[in-house]
Design a protein around this ligand. Structure first.
Ligand code: TRP
Length: 481
Protein backbone atom coordinates (compact mmCIF):
# COMPACT_ATOMS: atom_id res chain seq x y z
CA UNK A 1 0.00 0.00 0.00
CA UNK A 2 1.33 3.39 -0.84
CA UNK A 3 0.63 6.17 1.48
CA UNK A 4 -1.31 9.25 0.71
CA UNK A 5 0.95 11.97 -0.57
CA UNK A 6 -1.55 14.78 -0.87
CA UNK A 7 -1.19 16.50 2.48
CA UNK A 8 -3.55 19.28 1.65
CA UNK A 9 -6.52 17.00 1.69
CA UNK A 10 -5.78 15.59 5.09
CA UNK A 11 -6.92 16.96 8.41
CA UNK A 12 -6.27 16.00 11.99
CA UNK A 13 -9.13 13.92 13.33
CA UNK A 14 -9.16 16.31 16.27
CA UNK A 15 -10.06 19.26 14.04
CA UNK A 16 -8.30 22.44 13.08
CA UNK A 17 -7.69 25.88 14.56
CA UNK A 18 -10.23 28.29 13.17
CA UNK A 19 -7.50 30.69 12.02
CA UNK A 20 -3.82 31.42 12.01
CA UNK A 21 -4.27 33.91 14.82
CA UNK A 22 -5.82 31.22 16.96
CA UNK A 23 -2.78 29.03 16.42
CA UNK A 24 -0.55 31.92 17.44
CA UNK A 25 -2.63 32.44 20.55
CA UNK A 26 -2.69 28.76 21.40
CA UNK A 27 1.02 28.22 20.81
CA UNK A 28 1.76 31.37 22.79
CA UNK A 29 -0.55 30.02 25.48
CA UNK A 30 1.54 26.88 25.53
CA UNK A 31 4.85 28.71 25.53
CA UNK A 32 4.00 31.47 27.99
CA UNK A 33 3.51 30.01 31.41
CA UNK A 34 5.21 29.34 34.68
CA UNK A 35 8.39 28.88 32.67
CA UNK A 36 8.55 32.56 31.85
CA UNK A 37 7.42 34.02 35.12
CA UNK A 38 8.42 31.50 37.75
CA UNK A 39 11.32 29.59 36.22
CA UNK A 40 13.12 32.16 34.08
CA UNK A 41 13.86 34.62 36.92
CA UNK A 42 14.80 31.73 39.18
CA UNK A 43 17.20 30.28 36.59
CA UNK A 44 18.62 33.75 35.91
CA UNK A 45 19.46 34.10 39.57
CA UNK A 46 20.71 30.54 39.83
CA UNK A 47 23.12 31.04 36.95
CA UNK A 48 24.37 34.49 37.78
CA UNK A 49 22.28 37.06 35.90
CA UNK A 50 23.28 38.72 32.64
CA UNK A 51 25.53 35.95 31.38
CA UNK A 52 22.62 33.54 31.57
CA UNK A 53 20.21 35.95 29.87
CA UNK A 54 22.65 36.50 27.01
CA UNK A 55 23.10 32.79 26.35
CA UNK A 56 19.39 32.27 26.75
CA UNK A 57 18.62 34.75 23.99
CA UNK A 58 21.27 33.27 21.70
CA UNK A 59 19.85 29.80 22.32
CA UNK A 60 16.36 30.96 21.45
CA UNK A 61 17.44 32.44 18.14
CA UNK A 62 20.02 29.95 16.94
CA UNK A 63 18.83 26.68 18.40
CA UNK A 64 15.27 26.81 19.67
CA UNK A 65 13.60 28.78 16.89
CA UNK A 66 14.81 26.57 14.01
CA UNK A 67 13.79 23.47 15.95
CA UNK A 68 10.45 25.04 16.75
CA UNK A 69 9.84 25.53 13.03
CA UNK A 70 10.80 21.90 12.42
CA UNK A 71 8.42 20.72 15.10
CA UNK A 72 5.42 22.64 13.83
CA UNK A 73 6.22 21.51 10.31
CA UNK A 74 6.36 17.83 11.25
CA UNK A 75 3.08 18.15 13.11
CA UNK A 76 1.31 19.98 10.33
CA UNK A 77 2.40 17.51 7.73
CA UNK A 78 1.77 14.46 9.86
CA UNK A 79 -1.58 15.62 11.26
CA UNK A 80 -1.54 13.02 14.03
CA UNK A 81 -0.14 12.47 17.48
CA UNK A 82 3.67 12.97 17.54
CA UNK A 83 4.43 9.26 17.30
CA UNK A 84 2.12 8.94 14.31
CA UNK A 85 3.38 12.09 12.61
CA UNK A 86 7.02 11.05 12.92
CA UNK A 87 6.17 7.62 11.60
CA UNK A 88 4.19 9.05 8.72
CA UNK A 89 6.91 11.44 7.65
CA UNK A 90 9.67 8.96 8.08
CA UNK A 91 7.91 6.37 5.95
CA UNK A 92 6.89 8.89 3.38
CA UNK A 93 10.48 10.00 3.05
CA UNK A 94 12.00 6.58 2.75
CA UNK A 95 12.55 4.22 -0.10
CA UNK A 96 13.12 0.71 0.98
CA UNK A 97 13.34 -2.85 -0.27
CA UNK A 98 10.56 -5.34 0.21
CA UNK A 99 10.86 -9.03 -0.13
CA UNK A 100 7.72 -10.70 -1.35
CA UNK A 101 6.64 -13.94 -2.88
CA UNK A 102 5.74 -13.61 -6.49
CA UNK A 103 2.96 -16.15 -6.86
CA UNK A 104 3.21 -16.42 -10.66
CA UNK A 105 6.90 -17.10 -10.70
CA UNK A 106 6.80 -19.07 -7.44
CA UNK A 107 9.87 -17.42 -6.00
CA UNK A 108 10.96 -14.75 -3.58
CA UNK A 109 11.64 -11.37 -5.10
CA UNK A 110 13.10 -8.18 -3.75
CA UNK A 111 11.59 -4.98 -5.01
CA UNK A 112 12.48 -1.44 -4.20
CA UNK A 113 9.36 0.49 -3.32
CA UNK A 114 9.09 4.18 -3.41
CA UNK A 115 7.11 4.62 -0.24
CA UNK A 116 6.94 2.33 2.68
CA UNK A 117 3.79 1.44 4.47
CA UNK A 118 2.33 4.31 6.43
CA UNK A 119 2.07 2.00 9.39
CA UNK A 120 5.55 0.55 9.42
CA UNK A 121 7.50 0.89 12.61
CA UNK A 122 10.40 3.34 12.48
CA UNK A 123 12.87 4.24 15.21
CA UNK A 124 11.87 7.88 14.87
CA UNK A 125 8.70 7.04 16.71
CA UNK A 126 10.81 6.77 19.83
CA UNK A 127 11.29 10.53 19.71
CA UNK A 128 7.53 10.88 19.97
CA UNK A 129 7.45 8.42 22.82
CA UNK A 130 10.15 10.09 24.83
CA UNK A 131 8.40 13.41 24.22
CA UNK A 132 5.13 12.13 25.63
CA UNK A 133 6.92 10.84 28.68
CA UNK A 134 8.76 14.15 29.10
CA UNK A 135 5.40 15.94 28.93
CA UNK A 136 3.94 13.82 31.72
CA UNK A 137 7.06 14.19 33.88
CA UNK A 138 7.09 17.97 33.43
CA UNK A 139 3.38 18.29 34.08
CA UNK A 140 3.73 16.34 37.32
CA UNK A 141 5.77 19.13 38.90
CA UNK A 142 4.31 21.93 36.81
CA UNK A 143 0.94 21.22 38.33
CA UNK A 144 2.35 21.47 41.85
CA UNK A 145 3.81 24.91 41.13
CA UNK A 146 0.56 25.94 39.44
CA UNK A 147 -1.05 24.91 42.72
CA UNK A 148 1.17 27.41 44.55
CA UNK A 149 -0.13 30.05 42.17
CA UNK A 150 -3.73 29.16 42.96
CA UNK A 151 -3.11 29.35 46.65
CA UNK A 152 -1.45 32.73 46.21
CA UNK A 153 -4.60 34.06 44.51
CA UNK A 154 -6.41 33.54 47.79
CA UNK A 155 -3.57 34.89 49.89
CA UNK A 156 -3.69 38.00 47.69
CA UNK A 157 -7.46 38.48 48.05
CA UNK A 158 -7.30 38.10 51.80
CA UNK A 159 -4.84 40.99 51.98
CA UNK A 160 -2.10 38.78 53.39
CA UNK A 161 0.54 40.75 51.51
CA UNK A 162 -0.36 44.20 52.83
CA UNK A 163 2.75 45.75 54.31
CA UNK A 164 4.49 42.37 54.37
CA UNK A 165 8.19 42.39 55.24
CA UNK A 166 10.95 40.43 53.57
CA UNK A 167 11.11 37.97 56.47
CA UNK A 168 7.34 37.50 56.66
CA UNK A 169 7.12 36.85 52.95
CA UNK A 170 9.81 34.21 53.17
CA UNK A 171 8.29 32.52 56.15
CA UNK A 172 4.82 32.63 54.57
CA UNK A 173 6.24 30.77 51.60
CA UNK A 174 8.24 28.29 53.67
CA UNK A 175 5.28 27.46 55.86
CA UNK A 176 3.13 26.96 52.81
CA UNK A 177 5.43 24.63 50.88
CA UNK A 178 6.23 22.76 54.08
CA UNK A 179 2.59 21.72 54.30
CA UNK A 180 2.20 18.73 51.96
CA UNK A 181 -1.54 18.39 52.51
CA UNK A 182 -2.18 21.90 51.26
CA UNK A 183 0.08 21.38 48.27
CA UNK A 184 -1.66 18.12 47.51
CA UNK A 185 -5.04 19.80 47.63
CA UNK A 186 -4.04 22.48 45.13
CA UNK A 187 -2.18 20.03 42.91
CA UNK A 188 -5.29 17.85 42.83
CA UNK A 189 -7.53 20.75 41.89
CA UNK A 190 -5.16 21.88 39.17
CA UNK A 191 -4.88 18.39 37.65
CA UNK A 192 -8.65 17.98 37.68
CA UNK A 193 -9.07 21.30 35.88
CA UNK A 194 -6.42 20.40 33.31
CA UNK A 195 -8.00 17.03 32.64
CA UNK A 196 -11.43 18.54 32.44
CA UNK A 197 -10.36 20.99 29.74
CA UNK A 198 -8.36 18.39 27.85
CA UNK A 199 -11.26 15.95 27.99
CA UNK A 200 -13.41 18.49 26.13
CA UNK A 201 -10.80 18.81 23.40
CA UNK A 202 -8.27 21.59 23.46
CA UNK A 203 -9.69 23.55 20.59
CA UNK A 204 -12.95 25.00 21.85
CA UNK A 205 -12.05 26.16 25.32
CA UNK A 206 -8.51 27.08 24.54
CA UNK A 207 -9.37 29.27 21.59
CA UNK A 208 -11.65 31.44 23.65
CA UNK A 209 -9.62 31.69 26.82
CA UNK A 210 -6.24 32.51 25.34
CA UNK A 211 -7.67 35.39 23.33
CA UNK A 212 -8.38 37.24 26.58
CA UNK A 213 -5.62 35.79 28.67
CA UNK A 214 -2.57 36.60 26.58
CA UNK A 215 -3.32 40.29 26.03
CA UNK A 216 -4.37 40.57 29.68
CA UNK A 217 -1.13 39.09 30.90
CA UNK A 218 0.90 41.36 28.62
CA UNK A 219 -0.88 44.44 29.89
CA UNK A 220 -0.52 43.57 33.54
CA UNK A 221 3.16 42.73 33.19
CA UNK A 222 3.84 45.98 31.42
CA UNK A 223 2.08 47.94 34.16
CA UNK A 224 4.06 46.07 36.81
CA UNK A 225 7.27 46.92 34.99
CA UNK A 226 6.24 50.58 35.19
CA UNK A 227 5.82 50.14 38.90
CA UNK A 228 9.24 48.57 39.42
CA UNK A 229 10.68 51.48 37.45
CA UNK A 230 9.81 53.63 40.48
CA UNK A 231 11.80 51.44 42.84
CA UNK A 232 15.25 52.42 44.02
CA UNK A 233 16.75 49.11 42.91
CA UNK A 234 15.47 49.40 39.35
CA UNK A 235 18.82 50.07 37.71
CA UNK A 236 20.64 47.52 39.81
CA UNK A 237 18.05 44.97 38.77
CA UNK A 238 18.46 45.83 35.11
CA UNK A 239 22.23 45.80 35.35
CA UNK A 240 22.07 42.39 36.99
CA UNK A 241 20.00 41.08 34.10
CA UNK A 242 21.55 42.77 31.14
CA UNK A 243 25.23 43.29 31.89
CA UNK A 244 26.73 39.87 31.41
CA UNK A 245 29.59 38.84 33.62
CA UNK A 246 31.40 36.71 31.08
CA UNK A 247 33.51 35.01 33.73
CA UNK A 248 30.36 33.34 35.02
CA UNK A 249 29.79 31.44 31.79
CA UNK A 250 30.62 27.77 32.05
CA UNK A 251 29.29 24.51 30.65
CA UNK A 252 26.59 24.27 33.26
CA UNK A 253 25.32 27.82 32.70
CA UNK A 254 25.13 27.23 28.95
CA UNK A 255 23.31 23.94 29.37
CA UNK A 256 20.95 25.60 31.85
CA UNK A 257 20.21 28.43 29.44
CA UNK A 258 19.64 26.15 26.51
CA UNK A 259 17.40 23.86 28.55
CA UNK A 260 15.46 26.90 29.69
CA UNK A 261 14.97 27.99 26.07
CA UNK A 262 13.54 24.57 25.22
CA UNK A 263 11.31 24.60 28.27
CA UNK A 264 10.06 28.11 27.73
CA UNK A 265 9.26 27.67 24.05
CA UNK A 266 7.62 24.28 24.73
CA UNK A 267 9.85 22.47 22.29
CA UNK A 268 11.55 19.10 22.20
CA UNK A 269 8.61 16.98 23.29
CA UNK A 270 5.82 17.23 20.76
CA UNK A 271 3.55 19.96 22.22
CA UNK A 272 4.08 22.04 19.13
CA UNK A 273 3.81 19.04 16.84
CA UNK A 274 0.32 18.57 18.17
CA UNK A 275 -0.54 22.24 17.87
CA UNK A 276 0.99 22.25 14.39
CA UNK A 277 -1.22 19.33 13.42
CA UNK A 278 -4.26 21.55 14.01
CA UNK A 279 -2.80 24.35 11.88
CA UNK A 280 -4.33 24.90 8.47
CA UNK A 281 -2.12 24.45 5.45
CA UNK A 282 -2.37 28.07 4.33
CA UNK A 283 -0.65 29.63 7.34
CA UNK A 284 3.04 30.43 7.12
CA UNK A 285 4.89 28.32 9.65
CA UNK A 286 7.91 30.58 9.86
CA UNK A 287 5.87 33.70 10.53
CA UNK A 288 3.67 32.19 13.20
CA UNK A 289 6.55 30.55 15.06
CA UNK A 290 8.58 33.75 14.99
CA UNK A 291 5.68 35.62 16.59
CA UNK A 292 5.33 32.98 19.29
CA UNK A 293 9.06 32.90 20.05
CA UNK A 294 9.19 36.67 20.24
CA UNK A 295 6.16 36.93 22.52
CA UNK A 296 7.53 34.25 24.80
CA UNK A 297 10.95 35.83 25.12
CA UNK A 298 9.38 39.21 25.67
CA UNK A 299 7.31 37.91 28.60
CA UNK A 300 10.31 36.16 30.18
CA UNK A 301 12.47 39.27 29.98
CA UNK A 302 9.62 41.38 31.30
CA UNK A 303 9.24 39.03 34.25
CA UNK A 304 12.92 39.55 35.03
CA UNK A 305 12.51 43.31 34.71
CA UNK A 306 9.78 43.06 37.33
CA UNK A 307 11.46 40.65 39.74
CA UNK A 308 15.07 41.85 39.91
CA UNK A 309 14.39 45.47 40.79
CA UNK A 310 12.34 44.14 43.72
CA UNK A 311 15.18 41.84 44.68
CA UNK A 312 17.68 44.69 44.73
CA UNK A 313 15.39 47.24 46.33
CA UNK A 314 14.82 44.95 49.29
CA UNK A 315 18.39 43.65 49.47
CA UNK A 316 17.47 40.06 48.85
CA UNK A 317 20.05 37.57 47.77
CA UNK A 318 18.94 36.37 44.33
CA UNK A 319 21.09 33.27 44.43
CA UNK A 320 19.50 31.66 47.47
CA UNK A 321 15.76 31.92 46.83
CA UNK A 322 15.52 28.95 44.45
CA UNK A 323 12.11 28.00 43.09
CA UNK A 324 10.46 30.25 45.65
CA UNK A 325 11.95 33.41 44.12
CA UNK A 326 8.81 34.97 42.67
CA UNK A 327 6.60 33.78 45.51
CA UNK A 328 8.86 35.49 48.02
CA UNK A 329 9.61 38.69 46.16
CA UNK A 330 6.39 39.68 44.43
CA UNK A 331 4.24 39.78 47.59
CA UNK A 332 6.63 42.37 49.05
CA UNK A 333 6.09 44.65 46.07
CA UNK A 334 2.34 43.99 45.98
CA UNK A 335 2.16 44.71 49.70
CA UNK A 336 3.86 48.04 49.25
CA UNK A 337 2.11 49.39 46.17
CA UNK A 338 -1.19 51.29 46.05
CA UNK A 339 -4.02 49.01 44.96
CA UNK A 340 -1.76 46.07 45.68
CA UNK A 341 -4.54 43.72 46.71
CA UNK A 342 -6.31 44.00 43.38
CA UNK A 343 -3.14 43.93 41.34
CA UNK A 344 -1.78 40.91 43.19
CA UNK A 345 -5.04 39.05 42.80
CA UNK A 346 -5.25 39.75 39.09
CA UNK A 347 -1.59 38.84 38.68
CA UNK A 348 -1.90 35.41 40.26
CA UNK A 349 -5.15 34.74 38.41
CA UNK A 350 -3.47 35.50 35.11
CA UNK A 351 -0.48 33.40 36.06
CA UNK A 352 -2.83 30.56 36.87
CA UNK A 353 -4.45 30.84 33.43
CA UNK A 354 -1.05 31.02 31.78
CA UNK A 355 -0.13 27.84 33.62
CA UNK A 356 -3.25 26.00 32.57
CA UNK A 357 -2.88 26.85 28.89
CA UNK A 358 0.64 25.41 29.11
CA UNK A 359 -0.30 22.34 31.10
CA UNK A 360 -2.86 21.41 28.48
CA UNK A 361 -0.15 21.30 25.85
CA UNK A 362 2.05 19.15 28.07
CA UNK A 363 -0.50 16.37 28.24
CA UNK A 364 -2.13 16.72 24.82
CA UNK A 365 0.50 14.70 22.89
CA UNK A 366 -0.02 11.67 25.12
CA UNK A 367 -3.79 12.14 25.02
CA UNK A 368 -3.98 12.17 21.23
CA UNK A 369 -1.70 9.15 21.15
CA UNK A 370 -3.98 7.17 23.46
CA UNK A 371 -7.05 8.17 21.47
CA UNK A 372 -5.58 7.38 18.06
CA UNK A 373 -3.65 4.30 19.01
CA UNK A 374 -5.83 2.64 21.59
CA UNK A 375 -9.18 3.92 20.33
CA UNK A 376 -10.30 5.11 23.72
CA UNK A 377 -12.41 8.20 24.29
CA UNK A 378 -10.94 11.58 25.14
CA UNK A 379 -12.41 11.63 28.65
CA UNK A 380 -11.01 8.18 29.38
CA UNK A 381 -7.56 9.08 28.09
CA UNK A 382 -7.61 12.30 30.12
CA UNK A 383 -8.64 10.51 33.29
CA UNK A 384 -6.01 7.81 32.99
CA UNK A 385 -3.09 10.05 32.09
CA UNK A 386 -4.24 12.68 34.55
CA UNK A 387 -4.22 10.15 37.36
CA UNK A 388 -0.73 8.99 36.48
CA UNK A 389 0.55 12.57 36.40
CA UNK A 390 -1.18 13.39 39.66
CA UNK A 391 0.44 10.41 41.34
CA UNK A 392 3.90 11.43 40.17
CA UNK A 393 3.29 14.95 41.42
CA UNK A 394 3.17 13.67 44.99
CA UNK A 395 6.92 13.07 44.74
CA UNK A 396 7.47 16.76 44.02
CA UNK A 397 5.17 17.81 46.84
CA UNK A 398 7.07 15.72 49.36
CA UNK A 399 10.42 16.99 48.13
CA UNK A 400 9.55 20.36 49.67
CA UNK A 401 8.90 18.89 53.12
CA UNK A 402 9.27 15.30 54.32
CA UNK A 403 11.55 14.22 51.51
CA UNK A 404 13.59 17.43 51.32
CA UNK A 405 16.67 15.58 52.51
CA UNK A 406 16.14 12.54 50.39
CA UNK A 407 18.63 13.19 47.64
CA UNK A 408 20.02 11.40 44.65
CA UNK A 409 23.25 12.90 43.26
CA UNK A 410 22.51 15.90 45.47
CA UNK A 411 19.09 16.43 43.89
CA UNK A 412 15.68 16.20 45.50
CA UNK A 413 12.96 14.44 43.57
CA UNK A 414 11.73 17.75 42.19
CA UNK A 415 15.24 18.92 41.22
CA UNK A 416 15.88 15.62 39.57
CA UNK A 417 12.71 15.77 37.47
CA UNK A 418 13.24 19.39 36.57
CA UNK A 419 16.90 18.98 35.62
CA UNK A 420 16.44 15.70 33.84
CA UNK A 421 13.59 16.94 31.67
CA UNK A 422 15.03 20.37 30.85
CA UNK A 423 18.67 19.47 30.52
CA UNK A 424 18.45 15.98 29.08
CA UNK A 425 15.09 14.99 27.62
CA UNK A 426 14.14 18.24 25.87
CA UNK A 427 17.57 18.94 24.33
CA UNK A 428 17.84 15.33 23.19
CA UNK A 429 14.33 15.42 21.73
CA UNK A 430 15.14 18.73 20.04
CA UNK A 431 18.38 17.37 18.65
CA UNK A 432 16.63 14.39 17.12
CA UNK A 433 13.84 16.54 15.74
CA UNK A 434 16.45 18.79 14.11
CA UNK A 435 18.25 15.83 12.57
CA UNK A 436 14.97 14.34 11.44
CA UNK A 437 13.82 17.53 9.74
CA UNK A 438 17.29 18.37 8.44
CA UNK A 439 18.33 15.04 7.02
CA UNK A 440 15.51 12.52 6.92
CA UNK A 441 12.40 14.28 5.70
CA UNK A 442 12.35 14.68 1.93
CA UNK A 443 13.41 18.05 0.68
CA UNK A 444 10.25 18.71 -1.32
CA UNK A 445 7.94 18.02 1.63
CA UNK A 446 9.73 20.62 3.72
CA UNK A 447 9.95 23.08 0.89
CA UNK A 448 6.21 22.85 0.27
CA UNK A 449 5.34 23.11 3.94
CA UNK A 450 7.52 26.12 4.62
CA UNK A 451 6.77 27.90 1.38
CA UNK A 452 9.51 30.51 1.83
CA UNK A 453 12.13 32.07 -0.41
CA UNK A 454 15.18 30.02 -1.35
CA UNK A 455 17.41 32.21 0.70
CA UNK A 456 15.38 31.82 3.88
CA UNK A 457 15.05 28.13 3.23
CA UNK A 458 18.79 27.62 2.99
CA UNK A 459 19.28 29.70 6.11
CA UNK A 460 16.81 27.63 8.10
CA UNK A 461 18.15 24.39 6.71
CA UNK A 462 21.71 25.17 7.69
CA UNK A 463 20.58 26.06 11.20
CA UNK A 464 18.55 22.91 11.59
CA UNK A 465 21.10 20.64 9.91
CA UNK A 466 24.34 21.91 11.35
CA UNK A 467 24.17 24.76 13.83
CA UNK A 468 21.45 23.39 16.10
CA UNK A 469 22.57 19.73 16.22
CA UNK A 470 26.23 20.58 16.70
CA UNK A 471 25.50 23.23 19.31
CA UNK A 472 23.11 20.99 21.24
CA UNK A 473 25.59 18.11 21.21
CA UNK A 474 28.52 20.26 22.33
CA UNK A 475 26.52 22.03 25.02
CA UNK A 476 25.07 18.78 26.22
CA UNK A 477 28.38 16.93 26.47
CA UNK A 478 30.20 19.91 27.92
CA UNK A 479 27.44 20.67 30.43
CA UNK A 480 27.29 17.16 31.75
CA UNK A 481 31.04 16.76 32.21
N1 TRP B 1 6.55 26.48 27.97
C1 TRP B 1 5.73 26.35 29.12
C2 TRP B 1 6.15 27.37 30.12
O1 TRP B 1 7.03 28.13 29.87
C3 TRP B 1 5.72 24.94 29.67
C4 TRP B 1 5.49 23.92 28.61
C5 TRP B 1 4.36 23.71 27.90
C6 TRP B 1 6.46 23.07 28.09
N2 TRP B 1 4.54 22.74 26.96
C7 TRP B 1 5.84 22.34 27.07
C8 TRP B 1 7.78 22.85 28.41
C9 TRP B 1 6.56 21.40 26.34
C10 TRP B 1 8.50 21.92 27.68
C11 TRP B 1 7.89 21.21 26.65
O2 TRP B 1 5.62 27.45 31.18
Amino acid sequence: MEIDIKPNQRKSIHGQWSSKIVFIFAATGSAVGLGNIWKFPWMTSEYGGGAFVLIYILSVILIALPIMIAEVLIGRHGKQNPVGSLKYLSNKSSTFDVTEIDSDLQRIQTKSKKYSNADDYTNWQLVGWSGMIAGILILSFYSVIAGWTMSYIFKAISGAFSGITVEDSKSMFDTFVGDPEKLLGWHTIFMILTCFIVSKGVKGGLEKSVKILIPGLFLLLISLAFYTYTLSGFYDGLAYMFIPDISKIDGNVILGAMGMAFFSLSIGMGSLMIYGSYLSDESSITNVTAVVAFADTFVAILAGVIIFPIVFTYNLDPSTAGPGLIFQTLPIAFGAMPGGIIIATVFFILLFFAAITSSISLIEPAITYMIEKHSISRPEASAKLGFLTWLLGIGTILSFSYAADLKLFGFTFFDLLDNFTSKVMLPLGGLLIAIFAGFIVKHNIIFDELNISNFKFIFWKSLVRYVAPIAVTLIFVNGLL
